[in-house]
Design a protein around this ligand. Structure first.
Ligand code: HEM
Length: 511
């Protein structure tokens, strides 16, 4: 049918599919990157595929990213794409449950808590949490038993890093009340709420399933918990040393432009949104980073040497605590995180809903196209999808694109800089990315944190959390991978490794 009636030529080409409503859902769900690359070869950078009845137009490459992430809010928006899915989890009146200008104010409130001054206070707190975890959790039994290098043990990186991530986030951003209740009821509630954050929920916001009921119950319980905590803090009217740096403290000082205070339920729901936004993304990145370091023990050794060089105090295995500024200035650590995010961006698809017919220049589909033809129209009601992961692995942009090589980020004229040059050569145009600011623009080939009005505001916090995680582990443990590098699981909302993915470790003899 599709071959006989190829569709409206003013619209982007539709990916060939056999099942009318399911469309390409299975291929996309199994491996979106491979699916998009295949479609790119056949149709160019712009094409539409059917995803369980929805029409989704994909625009690939830096210009495609720019088209979507830098798109006009009046033509396409995130709230109509995500609200059905996020509101039951985050709660009412925040993020995508409000008009975008309100959310932009809420983002400003959140930024007021993500300050360098607060980050400075977090370094020590994170270090304590991670050290205590390694010294007490059963995942690191071998470390705890031996006081010298010898036996190898194993840990499951995703489970372990997820726990460490929630511990460090709750100790710092979320507040001491959340940290204290993590060991009790909060962890189960979080797990139930998290059960509502899956692709199934994205496609079907309400089904009569137990997991949906648990999600709703957990949301109510968590919202009540935060609200009670906020009430108590507001009643106290002052902050103590150990809660003056968290996000609640920051939010309670903020006001909307019209002068009204942020209502209690909104503070609570912003806190839940932050917990969900930061947890999986950071845990997944930490997991992939450790897997890559374990796969490349020479990088583990180089990271260890970097720690000795900057923080060693002359006694084997003894280090001083880094300052926030020192941590952020470690070249190899920074490059390891950057490179991990290039190959393993936790978010592979960014959606927007089209609210007004929107033209797409044909040159966007085929960069070298010189044919002056009318643009494609992406009709109102479609979704558009940006996938930075495709440009982050594009061999025309990145030499040895599929290789995890942190060193490509280390030299001004090194491989990363060459990647931009290659992009310019391919596209025949000059692009001023500026080294070190590569993830800022909406048309950058590197966008693990998105771009434009919805760009991530948690990037600096994530770098701090990941930097502390990697450096604290590397100071204490030698890592090795005794299995083939794990395959990728795209069936979860966030890109995760499939099992088996255990990392082998042993105590560093000096530690
Ligand atoms: C937005 C990635 C950590 C809070 C985003 C977006 C991406 C992203 C790709 C854009 C989404 C879109 O355009 O629809 C990541 C990655 C992280 C990370 C890779 C860690 C490695 C965090 C953390 C927080 C956070 C730790 C909170 C502390 C947010 C918020 C937004 C956002 C509030 C804005 C959403 C919007 O404006 O629609 N993040 N994120 N993220 N992220 Fe992150």
């Amino acid at each position: 049918f599709q071959l006989l009636f190829p569709g409206d030529p003013t619209h982007p080409p539709v990916v060939l599919h056999w099942l009318p409503i399911i469309g390409s859902a299975i291929e996309y769900g199994n491996d979106p990157i491979a699916f998009f690359r295949k479609c790119q070869e056949k149709y160019g950078n712009v094409f539409t595929f059917i995803l369980l009845g929805r029409k989704v137009t994909v625009a690939l490459g830096p210009k495609g990213n720019n088209f979507i992430l830098g798109g006009r809010h009046s033509q396409m928006n995130a709230e109509d794409a995500y609200c059905h899915f996020t509101t039951p989890v985050f709660g009412k009146d925040v993020v995508y449950d409000v008009p975008n200008y309100v959310f932009m104010e809420q983002k400003r409130f959140i930024k007021s808590g993500l300050t360098t001054e607060n980050f400075r206070a977090y370094v020590k707190m994170m270090e304590e949490e991670i050290c205590s975890f390694i010294e007490n959790d059963s995942a690191f039994r071998i470390y705890q038993l031996s006081d010298e290098r010898g036996e190898w043990g194993q840990f499951h990186p995703l489970n372990t890093i997820s726990e460490i991530t929630i511990l460090t986030a709750s100790r710092t951003l979320q507040g001491k009340e959340i940290r204290a209740s993590l060991d009790k009821t909060f962890a189960q509630r979080y797990a139930d709420l998290d059960g509502g954050f899956r692709p199934l929920n994205f496609m079907f916001p309400n089904l009569p399933l137990e997991s949906y009921r648990k999600r709703d119950k957990a949301h109510k319980a968590m919202s009540d918990f935060y609200r009670e905590m906020i009430r108590k803090r507001r009643a106290r009217k002052s902050f103590s040393d150990d809660d003056s740096h968290d996000m609640i403290a920051a939010l309670l000082t903020q006001k909307y432009k019209d002068g009204h205070q942020i209502p209690e339920h909104e503070v609570a729901h912003i806190m839940i949104a932050l917990l969900m936004a930061g947890q999986h993304t950071s845990a997944a990145t930490g997991t992939w980073a450790l897997l890559r370091i374990a796969e490349h023990p020479e990088i583990g050794a180089a990271l260890y040497n970097e720690q000795i060089e900057h923080f060693g105090i002359g006694e084997p295995g003894v280090f001083r605590t880094a300052s926030y500024e020192e941590l952020r200035a470690l070249p190899l650590l920074d490059a390891v995180i950057r490179e991990t995010l290039r190959l393993h961006s936790p978010i592979h698809s960014i959606f927007r809903k089209v609210t007004q017919d929107v033209p797409v220049p044909r040159s966007l589909s085929s960069p070298r196209s010189t044919v002056a033809s009318r643009p494609y129209i992406v009709p109102k009601g479609h979704y558009v999808l940006a996938c930075a992961a495709v440009s982050q692995r594009d061999p025309k942009i990145w030499p040895n694109a599929d290789k995890w090589d942190p060193y490509r980020w280390l030299e001004k004229d090194g491989v990363a800089a060459q990647a931009y040059k290659a992009y310019e050569d391919v596209n025949g145009e000059k692009v001023d990315y500026g080294f070190g600011a590569v993830s800022k623009g909406t048309d950058s080939p590197y966008q693990p944190f998105g771009a434009g009005r919805h760009r991530c505001i948690g990037e600096q916090f994530a770098y701090l959390q990941l930097g502390m995680l990697i450096s604290t582990i590397i100071r204490k443990l030698e890592l090795r991978l005794d299995i083939p590098f794990p395959e990728v699981n795209y069936h979860t909302l966030i890109v995760l490794p499939k099992d088996p993915c255990n990392i082998s470790y042993r105590r560093r003899w000096e530690a």
